[in-house]
Structure formats: structure tokens, C-alpha cells
Design a protein around this ligand. Structure first.
Ligand code: 4GW
Ligand code: MN
Length: 297
């Protein structure tokens, strides 16, 4: 079986190419955590081999996204870009949570791809909109997603896919390095530092700073993460404290105690306001420029 797989890739076609697999693919970036989770950078994976492996398992991938209130304007561009770059050739269910189903435009999807609208309430505070994503995701995993998909990928909507994002990201539980902190001294990570919060992480603890806008994994693992984060958020609310970066702070706390089995490099969550970096060969998922005043008023 494995021989067949390599035969379908170009790497075997000449000796020079084959030899390449024995060389470290990248020496300019960290490609493995101390707990042996791969960090996904361009050049570290063979997409033909991985596509074949996931095709054999006939996997279906769910992509959750929230478009509440004014953020509905990001949805069309988001889905259109996902049609071009997200999980090409695999089965995909888009799960769009919105308070305005009537405002969702008709979009033509490629074969094997479906869009499911899920109506949710809005909250007066934007922080609550962001944090209640955890609650909605875990409730809908129980209610529906676990019957329909093998993996769940949970992202922000104010983004566009601008290059390949495929099955190389999938694993039991994955998080993404925050573009502002991937090469920062951990002492400067903006973890929640107040001991009263459930998201508290003391100085001199923590590995990476993960972004709130891109995580996922197998259904069971995403269920445990989202449920735990929601419960922590509710505990904080009862204690009249809100973590500094809301759901992102709680994700960082969760990943401290439940190490992700794979980590995505900032290729998978970049902001052009941060400019370019030599190590960044691809920008796969980009923040959309937003007029903060207009969108958030
Ligand atoms: C300030 O007024 C707001 S509104 C900040 C977030 C808001 C918001 C966020 C919203 O009105 N509707 C909404 O659906 N969201 C969802 O939460 C949306 O999916 C968005 O991508 C996610 C996180 O908010 P964000 O993208 O603004 O957060 P950052 O600035 O960290 O990317
Ligand atoms: Mn965002």
C-alpha cells in the first residue's frame, strides 16, 4: 500500500529527487515541538501522499464560521475563497452560524461541498459574540456535527484563503501559531496573567501563543476543547472577570494542559499589516483589512 502511494508522487521519479527525503526539509524554522507534534510549514509535507491517505478514508471536513451582525459582510468572500483553496478534492460541510439567515447570499458550491445555515442569537457585547462560539460549537458537535463530519476546523470569518489549505492541517487536535508572537520571547506572550481567571497562566509557563481564529481536530477533541473553554468562560463571568483576549486566552490555557498533536505555522494565519518574512513562503489564510470603526460600531 505505502509503495503504491509513493509511486503516485513525483518524488520517486529520479534518484536526486528521492534522495531529498533524507534531508531536513527546513532548517530555518522549528518543525517539531518538544512533545513531538509537527509544526506545518511549506516544504515539510508531501500533499499528494497525504491527499491519497485521506481520500482512502473518505473523510468529510466541517468548517465552522460565525457571521453575526455586521460580520455578515465577510461571509461571501470567505466562502468563495474557501471554494478555491480549502480542502480541494475532499468533502466539505460549511457550517455558517448567523443571526441573519436571510442575508446570506446564494453561492454556487463545487460538487461534494455543502453549506448549512445555523441560526444563533446575537449578543450586545462583541466579546460575548466571540466567546459564545465555544458554546455553540460544542452544542452542535453533540447535536449534529459528529454524525456528519470526521474533522472540524473552526476559524474567524474576517479572513480569506489565499493559498492551499488542505489535509496536511488535520490531526487529533491542532492549533495555530499567532502571527504576532511566533518568534517572540514567551515572557511577552499576552496570556491571561491574573490568577483570578480560569485562563491564568503564570510567567515562565506556556510553550507557544496560539491564535483564537484557527483551531480544530477530530470531533471528540474539539468537543472537549470547546466545552472546557465555555465552562471556563462561564466561571469567569460568575466571578466578574473576563480574560484579556477572551476565548483566545482560554484556548491558550487549554493547550497548555492538553498539548495539540499538530501545530500550524503562521502561513495559516497571517496579517499583511505585519509585512513579509523570509521564513514565510506562503500566505495561506489572510486577515481582511477592516475598518474597525465602521464594522464594530
Ligand atoms: C467589535 O465591535 C467586534 S464585533 C469585535 C468582533 C465582533 C464580531 C465577531 C461580530 O460582530 N460578529 C461576529 O460574527 N464575530 C465573530 O467573531 C466573527 O466570526 C469573527 O471573525 C470572530 C472574532 O472576532 P474578530 O475577528 O473581530 O476578532 P479579531 O480582531 O481577533 O480577529
Ligand atoms: Mn478575526
Amino acid at each position: 500500500m505505502s509503495l503504491q502511494i509513493t509511486c503516485t508522487t513525483t518524488t520517486i521519479q529520479n534518484g536526486e529527487e528521492m534522495y531529498r527525503i533524507l534531508k531536513p526539509p527546513r532548517t530555518d524554522v522549528l518543525v517539531m515541538t518538544p512533545w513531538f507534534a509537527p509544526i506545518v510549514w511549506d516544504g515539510t509535507f508531501d500533499i499528494d501522499l497525504l491527499d491519497y491517505k485521506f481520500k482512502m478514508r473518505n473523510v468529510t471536513i466541517g468548517l465552522t464560521v460565525f457571521a453575526v451582525k455586521k460580520y455578515i459582510i465577510f461571509l461571501q468572500g470567505f466562502i468563495e475563497s474557501a471554494e478555491n483553496y480549502f480542502m480541494q478534492g475532499h468533502q466539505v460541510n460549511y457550517y455558517v452560524f448567523t443571526d441573519q439567515p436571510e442575508a446570506v447570499p446564494q453561492m454556487n458550491l463545487k460538487p461534494g461541498r455543502n453549506l448549512v445555515l445555523l441560526v444563533v442569537q446575537s449578543y450586545p457585547q462583541w466579546q460575548e459574540i466571540s466567546m459564545h462560539r465555544m458554546e455553540m460549537i460544542y452544542l452542535f458537535i453533540q447535536k449534529r456535527f459528529k454524525k456528519e463530519v470526521d474533522y472540524l476546523v473552526c476559524v474567524d470569518v474576517d479572513m480569506t484563503f489565499s493559498d492551499h489549505v488542505g489535509v496536511e492541517i488535520l490531526d487529533n487536535l491542532f492549533g495555530t501559531l499567532h502571527p504576532a508572537f511566533y518568534d517572540t520571547n514567551p515572557i511577552e506572550y499576552t496570556y491571561e496573567r491574573r490568577i483570578e481567571s480560569e485562563a491564568y497562566i503564570p510567567f515562565y509557563e506556556g510553550d507557544f501563543y496560539y491564535a483564537g481564529g484557527f483551531f480544530g481536530g477530530k470531533l471528540k477533541e474539539v468537543f472537549l476543547l470547546t466545552k472546557r473553554c465555555h465552562e471556563a468562560i462561564m466561571k469567569d463571568k460568575n466571578n466578574e472577570i473576563e480574560a484579556i483576549w477572551h476565548d483566545e486566552s482560554h484556548i491558550n490555557k487549554y493547550f497548555l494542559n492538553h498539548k495539540p498533536t499538530k501545530i500550524l505555522s503562521p502561513e495559516y494565519l497571517w496579517d499583511n499589516d505585519m509585512g513579509n518574512r523570509n521564513i514565510l513562503r506562503k500566505k495561506r489564510f489572510l486577515a481582511v483589512r477592516k475598518n474597525h470603526k465602521a464594522i464594530r460600531s
